[in-house]
Write a protein that binds this ligand. Structure first.
Ligand SMILES: [Zn+2]
Ligand SMILES: [Zn+2]
Length: 334
């Protein structure tokens, strides 16, 4: 099969490699669409630990084309969203907590290739009418679903989301399904603000506008927010958002903050206002439920461009520049 092998920094090479033999519990998936993620960009910049040579790509969808001897043959031909790790169902994390933190997890092979091999439980069937593009967004969407489900939505909360990249947008869509008072989006990029507005945000604000604070005070009637979602990964922004919370406010960290960064917040505020800070990482127990959930949203326009496998550098560059929403690769095209 053809695979794009990452060789360190921003070097990729298309190589012809053998498809590994399936073990009894695995399936072979022909990769249809694979999304570029901020993590892929960070890996090529040395900001996220990973060791080359390696096939990257972890947000993907495809078709099951072969199965191991313990997997029912009927699975062949099924259209699936692919999870990056399996879960055993018997370890302490699987039993008590989050299956995405399974202690015996097996990883799917990288998806910047024509095929990927994974434990059969990682290949989750998608609704019939769902496109492979939307299905490839199951992984990032499930992280947002898991995070937003950590929040308590009692008493019609007022919600602020900082950042309208793909994670902010998914958080927005899930939060709008809750019984909230209103949702404010803060995002400097105009195209992204318009996008958030078109997907139902009640107010969209430019944080660099002179009237920003005034607008927030007007919208909240000087009361502040009950819920803050930080979807950027900027410690300063998180601290600023926290300062806008009302008593008993909740702050959710969806953005990935740099390692060893600190939160410069007033701890007296945390004590006095009884604030809650919620870290959020990964898919929790939500991956399998996500395809059906996101299929209700009109997400086709989230996909900005689809590249060939050979064009991976352009795809990474576009993702880094952040002009669009989601860039993908179709490894079996071209
Ligand atoms: Zn990702
Ligand atoms: Zn487990």
């Amino acid at each position: 099969m053809k695979a794009s092998v990452w060789l360190g920094e921003n070097k990729f090479e298309i190589r012809e490699i053998n498809i590994p033999k399936l073990n009894d519990e695995q399936v072979l998936v022909k990769v249809e669409r694979v999304g570029l993620c901020g993590t892929d960009v960070h890996i090529t910049q040395g900001l996220f630990p990973s060791t080359p040579p390696k096939i990257l790509g972890h947000e993907f969808s495809g078709i099951i084309v072969d199965v191991g001897s313990n997997v029912p043959k009927e699975k062949i031909g099924k259209r699936v969203a692919c999870n990056t790790t399996s879960s055993c169902g018997t370890c302490i994390n699987c039993l008590n907590w989050q299956i995405s933190r399974c202690l015996n997890a097996e990883k799917s092979t990288g998806a910047f290739a024509e095929f990927s091999i994974m434990h059969y439980s990682c290949a989750v069937e998608i609704p019939k009418e769902m496109s492979f593009e939307i299905a490839a967004m199951t992984e990032p969407a499930s992280c947002c679903l898991s995070g937003t489900e950590m929040i308590d939505y009692n008493n019609k909360p007022k919600v602020l989301i900082l950042g309208s990249g793909i994670m902010g947008i998914f958080c927005q869509l899930f939060v709008l399904k809750k019984n909230i008072d209103f949702l404010v989006i803060s995002e400097p990029n105009k195209a992204r603000r318009d996008f958030a507005k078109s997907l139902g945000a009640n107010f969209v604000l430019d944080p660099f506008s002179q009237d920003y604070n005034e607008e927030i005070n007007e919208i909240t009637e000087n009361a502040g927010f009950d819920i803050l979602i930080e979807a950027v990964g900027n410690p300063k922004l998180l601290a600023e958002g926290i300062s806008r919370l009302r008593p008993r406010g909740q702050a959710l960290m969806i953005g990935v903050h740099p390692e060893r960064s600190n939160l410069m917040s007033d701890l007296y505020d945390f004590h006095y206002k009884e604030l809650k800070l919620l870290g959020s990482f990964g898919r929790g127990n939500y991956f399998d439920k996500t395809p059906e959930k996101i299929n209700q949203f009109n997400l086709e326009k989230l996909v900005t461009k689809i590249y060939k496998l050979e064009e991976i550098n352009e795809a990474i560059e576009s993702t880094y520049e952040g002009g669009g929403m989601k860039y993908m690769i179709a490894p079996n095209k071209g």
